[in-house]
Write a protein that binds this ligand. Structure first.
Ligand SMILES: CC(C)(COP(=O)(O)OP(=O)(O)OC[C@H]1O[C@@H](n2cnc3c(N)ncnc32)[C@H](O)[C@@H]1OP(=O)(O)O)[C@@H](O)C(=O)NCCC(=O)NCCS
Length: 166
């Protein structure tokens, strides 16, 4: 059964291995295979800094003691935009289509509501049908298109901008 909990600095090694793996499993993320070449201490410090912010969280989905999914919301510090959070979600390819992304997003929405956030935002490649379907199912709505958001292998791809009012 999937365990969902907040990431801790002790997860840093597993998180880096996971991110380097999923970077190569689709062209839908901001990074490719093995692009996360930062020192372990830096990743641990990043997790710690997220945990310190009351409107930010990095959630990990664990199966058999292994990280198979990461969902995060990052709040903004400035008072005028402190009601907003930026969301990111990924699931390891071996576990796609099993409802894990949906469970992770539900947990992220629960955290965000509890933290007092009012608006969540995300960017998703416009041709990423599975992710868009998931986000729409959870209540996100598209408000715009960012032309040439990604440049991957010399080819440009648009992104949908979506928000959810909590
Ligand atoms: C997008 C992603 C997070 C979905 O995670 P998942 O665990 O496979 O999602 P779920 O199993 O919860 O399914 C979510 C919905 O997508 C639908 N779906 C799955 N594959 C699909 C496809 N190829 N086309 C359309 N819908 C699809 C499912 O049917 C489901 O909707 P339903 O509940 O109405 O049936 C996962 O595929 C992933 O990490 N992909 C690579 C990284 C990525 O794209 N991240 C998002 C960046 S914005």
């Amino acid at each position: 059964m999937l365990e969902i909990r907040k990431a801790t600095p002790e997860d840093a090694a597993q998180l880096l291995a996971y991110l380097n793996q999923i970077g190569g499993e689709s062209d839908n993320l901001l990074f490719g295979a093995n692009e996360m070449q930062l020192p372990l201490e830096q990743e641990a410090a990043f997790v710690e800094s997220i945990n310190r912010m009351p409107t930010s969280a990095m959630l990990v989905g664990i199966l058999d003691s292994t990280v198979v999914s990461v969902a995060s919301v990052q709040g903004f510090g400035r008072p005028r935009i402190a009601h907003r959070g930026n969301v990111a979600l990924s699931v390891g390819k071996a576990h796609w289509g099993q409802g894990i992304g949906t469970q992770m997003m539900q947990a992220l929405l629960d955290f965000s509501r509890g933290a007092g956030l009012k608006v969540l935002e995300l960017e998703v490649r416009s041709d990423n049908a599975a992710a868009i379907r998931l986000y729409e199912k959870m209540g996100f709505r598209k408000f715009g298109t960012y032309r040439k958001f990604f440049c991957i292998g010399g080819q440009y791809f648009d992104a949908d901008y979506m928000t959810l009012e909590l």
